[in-house]
Design a protein around this ligand. Structure first.
Ligand SMILES: Cc1cc2nc3c(=O)[nH]c(=O)nc-3n(C[C@H](O)[C@H](O)[C@H](O)COP(=O)(O)OP(=O)(O)OC[C@H]3O[C@@H](n4cnc5c(N)ncnc54)[C@H](O)[C@@H]3O)c2cc1C
Length: 519
């Protein structure tokens, strides 16, 4: 029987990102994907600055794939049935992670880029058309029973991660209950490639018209998406058809003469999360652990955040750290994702309102609020749930990334001291000093701790490193959000005290003697 360090069930965005992250740590990874060819149709269309930072971290900076990811530099406007504005969210500029706060992309193309990285790794094996069916667990690992067409076989994994989507079988194996907080009515999602002449201003719109709540957003270069809510009385079989899609698009001046239909599909949006994200050697990530209505564009982003929280903990545990470290993964991620689920539901409640009285009250309230505060910035990212961080001040919030300059390099922090997408601060008070990067783990064996120490040592000044971390607005580096970004100035001195132009060293891998850590 073949044996792996980690078996991942599911090769969607979550599974493929996890395969890349664990693969680059040197672990033997097997990915099982029940579908033969890749799913060719996009679901997610929006990603945020934190995901851009993660992509940069695996060597796919969004700026290198402009045909796939398009930074958004405009407002996201909500309008009432008469077309009057209810709310304007300012989605321009860069977010705390140093990339555009809002980006629209073509999901299948992005997934191809990530999967190409995974396939290029010798220690990562991907088996398509192979479905995880059942399992047996013991104290050393998990045996997964796999079905592949006519064939059936078994594989061993020291850990199994269920990145197998909303109907996760791994979740069933783990015996996890889902906390379900409701669902929203069905929506018809329609993607088109429209004539270059077709424009809408601003390109991202929410039409809060009770006759037909509609979302209209870009969907990656050259593509557009419409989402139309189905009313309770409408027949789902008819509403989900191509004919309905064209009929609804007509009011936007879109027809087969000026656009081609990429797809139309109906989705029932759900809001739920797993009560337990890990049971022994079975771990959940992505849609297997949580689902939310897509009104905030955060489902896939949340799955990728799961990966960033999980991969380094799994890496350390596979190297010999106490597996109790993995117990912090679920509570940290669950607390964070529940905030987004709640936010998505709040948006959904506003967007999906059809009762005339409720709609009138909503419109009056939103217009009054808009008169007081116009052009709202995006809301701050939530904090991780309880786990490794202290829970005080800014601990558990995302570590911001600014433009930094050191003697040898200048650019985004990750470009200067190495990738750090998904980094969260583990401790700190609010205020200027807290803009310093902190060890994301607070764990003595965390390899990333050394990255951050480079900066911290410098902050103290003196000794070998002369890196100074200051928190102050960086002017001329795009819009800064939050107002304080990290600025690192630094120079390194050699043992003789002379300045050196050597790059800041990457941390050495921790040695445990396990073959999986060979890089
Ligand atoms: C209409 C719509 C719009 C959305 N818009 C956004 C957005 O703008 N931004 C955003 O961030 N998110 C958005 N989302 C959410 C996003 O698409 C999902 O959160 C994301 O795709 C989930 O990724 P995943 O890898 O966890 O799961 P999936 O993409 O569902 O992948 C799971 C994979 O596991 C495989 N699998 C299942 N069972 C098995 C098994 N037993 N063995 C082997 N393989 C198995 C499946 O074939 C599948 O390939 C949207 C969703 C919808 C429906």
């Amino acid at each position: 029987m073949d044996s792996y360090d980690v078996v991942i069930a599911g090769y969607g965005p979550t599974g493929s990102m996890l395969a890349v992250k664990l693969g680059s740590c040197g672990w033997r990874v097997l990915v099982l994907e029940r579908q033969g060819p890749s799913y060719p149709l996009p679901r997610a269309a929006h990603l945020d600055d934190e995901v851009c930072r993660m992509l940069r971290g695996i060597g796919i900076p969004p700026s290198d794939i402009p045909d796939v990811i398009e930074p958004y530099e405009d407002f996201y406007e909500w309008r009432d049935a008469d077309g009057d504005p209810l709310l304007r969210l300012d989605w321009r500029g860069r977010g705390p992670s140093g990339w555009n706060v809002s980006n629209f992309f073509h999901q299948p193309a992005l997934e191809d880029h990530v999967r190409r990285l995974a396939s290029a790794m010798e220690n990562v094996t991907v088996r398509r058309g192979h479905q995880a069916i059942s399992h047996t667990s013991d104290c050393d690992g998990v045996t997964v029973h796999v079905s592949a067409g006519e064939d059936a076989y078994q594989v061993r994994g020291r850990y199994v991660v269920g990145a197998d989507g909303a109907h996760s079988v791994v979740r069933d194996w783990a015996g996890t209950r889902m906390e379900d907080v409701g669902y929203f009515s069905d929506w018809l999602v329609v993607d088109v490639i429209a004539d270059a002449a077709f424009t809408v201003k601003p390109p991202a719109l929410q039409i809060c018209d009770p006759r037909r709540p509609t979302t209209l957003v870009p969907a990656g270069p050259g593509r557009r998406r419409w989402e139309f809510m189905r009313h309770a009385g409408e027949d789902p079989a008819v509403f989900g058809t191509e004919a309905t899609a064209w009929q609804l698009l007509r009011s936007w001046g879109v027809s087969p003469d000026n656009a081609s239909l990429v797809r139309q599909a109906m989705y029932t949006f759900q809001a739920r999360w797993a009560e337990q994200w890990r049971n022994g050697r079975l771990i959940l990530a992505g849609d297997a652990a949580h689902q939310m209505p897509p009104f905030a564009g955060q489902g896939m982003c949340s799955g990728l955040r799961d990966v960033m929280n999980l991969y380094w903990k799994l890496d350390l545990v596979l190297r010999g750290a106490d597996n109790g470290l993995l117990d912090t993964y679920g509570p940290e991620r669950s607390g964070h994702v529940r905030d987004f689920i709640g936010f998505s539901m709040e948006l959904g409640n506003l967007i999906c309102a059809t009762d005339p009285e409720a709609v009138r009250a909503r419109d009056a309230r939103m217009k009054a609020e808009a008169a007081e505060v116009s052009d709202l910035p995006p809301r701050p990212l939530p904090r991780l749930g309880p786990g490794l961080h202290t829970g005080q001040g800014c601990a558990g919030t995302v570590a911001p990334q600014g433009i930094v300059c050191a003697e040898h390099a200048q650019g985004l922090l990750d470009d200067v001291i190495g990738p750090g997408g998904g980094a969260h601060r583990t401790s700190g008070r609010t205020g200027r000093r807290d803009q310093r990067p902190a060890c994301r783990a607070g764990c003595r064996r965390c390899p990333h701790r050394r990255d951050w120490r480079v900066a911290r040592r410098g902050y103290r000044r003196g000794r070998r490193w002369h890196l100074c971390c200051l928190a102050r607005p960086v002017r001329g580096a795009g819009r800064t959000r939050p107002p304080r970004l990290l600025r690192v100035r630094g120079r390194r001195r050699g043992p003789d005290g002379a300045r050196s132009r050597q790059a800041i060293p990457r941390p050495a891998p921790i040695s445990t003697g396990h073959t999986g850590e060979e890089r």
